[in-house]
Design a protein around this ligand. Structure first.
Ligand SMILES: [Zn+2]
Length: 311
C-alpha cells in the first residue's frame, strides 16, 4: 500500500510576499464548510465551492492540510493507492532533443526543441542588462528566473501527463534510467566548453522525473529504475553491439540485422527490455524471449509544444 499526496493550487511563487496561512492541525471539513479553530472553542467557517465539494464527496480522499491566501484556498488531499499489477513495461529515455517513450510495440518521441529556446531567451535578456545596480538586477533576474521555471514546468507537465496516461492505458510499469550524478559529468575541468556545459546543465532532467513520479503514484502505476549502462549501444533486436553512423548523427547501425536505427528509439526499447526482464518475469530470460521478435516498433513523433492543444 502506498500513499500518494497531491497538493492543490499553491501560491504562484514563494518570492511574491503575499500573506498566507498553512496548517494541518485541528481543522475540520463539515459538509460544505471548512472550519478552522481560532481558540476558545470558536471556529472560522469558510464555504467550499461546488467543485471542491464534489471532489471531497469521494470518501477515499482525506484532507490533510490547507493553504489560505488572500484570493484562494488550497486543500492538500491524500488517498490510499494500491499499486496496479502490470504485465508490460515502457522505457523512457531523456535527452536534450526529445523524450522517447516506448517498448517493442510502439515508441513515441516527444520533440523538445522548444525547451532550450525558453532558457536561451531568458539568458539573452539577462545578458543584455547593462545597468550596474545589483538591487534592480537581482529583482529582474529573480522575476525572469521564476517565469522561466514556470514555463518549463508547464511544458513538461503536458509530456508527463501524456506519458502517465499512456502507461495506464497499456497497463505498463514505467521504467526510467537511473541518472544519479549526471550533473557531475558536466562540471568545470571536464574538458567541455562553457556553452555545452550550460546547455547540458540547464536541461530539467529531475523535474520531468519528479512530475512522472507523483502523477503515477496518484494513479497507482509502478515506477522502477534500471542502470543506464549500454542502453544506447546494444541492438534491441539481436543484442549485438551497434556502431555509430559517421554521417548521420544519432543513428546507429547493426551489422547483423543490417539496419539503421535511431539511437533514442534503441535506448527506450533497451530500457523497457531491462525493466521487463527484471521486474515482470525475473525467472525467465527476457532477452531470449525477445529474439523471436524481429520487428522494429511503430514510431510516432509528437511535437510537445502542441500537446494537449488539439483537444
Ligand atoms: Zn541487431
Amino acid at each position: 500500500m502506498k500513499r500518494a499526496i497531491k497538493e492543490g493550487k499553491t501560491p504562484k511563487s514563494p518570492y511574491i510576499q503575499k500573506p498566507y496561512l498553512v496548517s494541518c492541525y485541528g481543522f475540520k471539513i463539515n459538509g460544505m464548510l471548512l472550519s478552522i479553530p481560532i481558540g476558545n472553542r470558536k471556529y472560522i467557517n469558510i464555504i467550499l465551492n461546488h467543485h471542491t465539494q464534489q471532489i471531497l464527496s469521494d470518501k477515499s480522499f482525506k484532507v490533510k492540510s490547507f493553504v489560505i491566501t488572500p484570493d484562494s484556498i488550497s486543500l492538500g488531499i491524500q488517498k490510499e493507492v494500491e499499486e496496479i499489477k502490470c504485465d508490460n513495461t515502457i522505457g523512457i529515455d531523456r535527452n536534450l532533443r526529445n523524450v522517447t517513450v516506448g517498448n517493442h510495440e510502439k515508441v513515441i518521441m516527444y520533440d523538445m526543441e522548444d525547451l532550450p529556446k525558453i532558457t536561451y531567451r531568458t539568458k539573452k535578456i539577462t545578458s543584455s542588462f547593462k545597468r550596474n545596480d545589483h538591487r534592480i538586477r537581482q529583482k529582474i533576474y529573480s522575476k525572469l528566473g521564476n517565469r522561466r521555471a514556470r514555463r518549463i514546468k508547464q511544458f513538461l507537465n503536458r509530456i508527463s501527463k501524456d506519458i502517465v496516461s499512456k502507461a495506464r492505458e497499456s497497463n505498463s510499469i514505467i521504467i526510467l534510467k537511473d541518472i544519479k550524478g549526471i550533473r557531475k559529468l558536466y562540471r568545470k575541468g571536464n574538458g567541455q566548453g562553457n556553452k555545452h556545459r550550460g546547455m547540458m546543465n540547464s536541461w530539467p532532467f529531475y523535474e520531468l522525473q519528479r512530475q512522472i513520479q507523483y502523477k503515477s503514484a496518484w494513479e497507482g502505476i509502478p515506477i522502477r529504475f534500471v542502470s543506464p549502462v549500454r542502453t544506447s549501444i546494444l541492438c534491441p533486436i539481436c543484442g549485438n553491439r551497434t556502431r555509430k553512423d559517421a554521417e548521420q548523427h544519432r543513428q546507429v547501425w547493426c551489422s547483423s540485422c543490417k539496419r539503421m536505427m535511431d539511437r533514442d528509439v534503441v535506448a527506450a526499447m533497451n530500457i523497457s527490455y531491462k525493466g521487463l526482464q527484471r521486474f515482470c518475469n525475473p525467472s525467465c530470460d527476457a532477452s531470449e524471449a525477445m529474439k523471436g521478435n524481429l520487428r522494429m516498433p511503430v514510431i510516432l513523433r509528437v511535437d510537445a509544444s502542441k500537446l494537449g492543444l488539439k483537444a
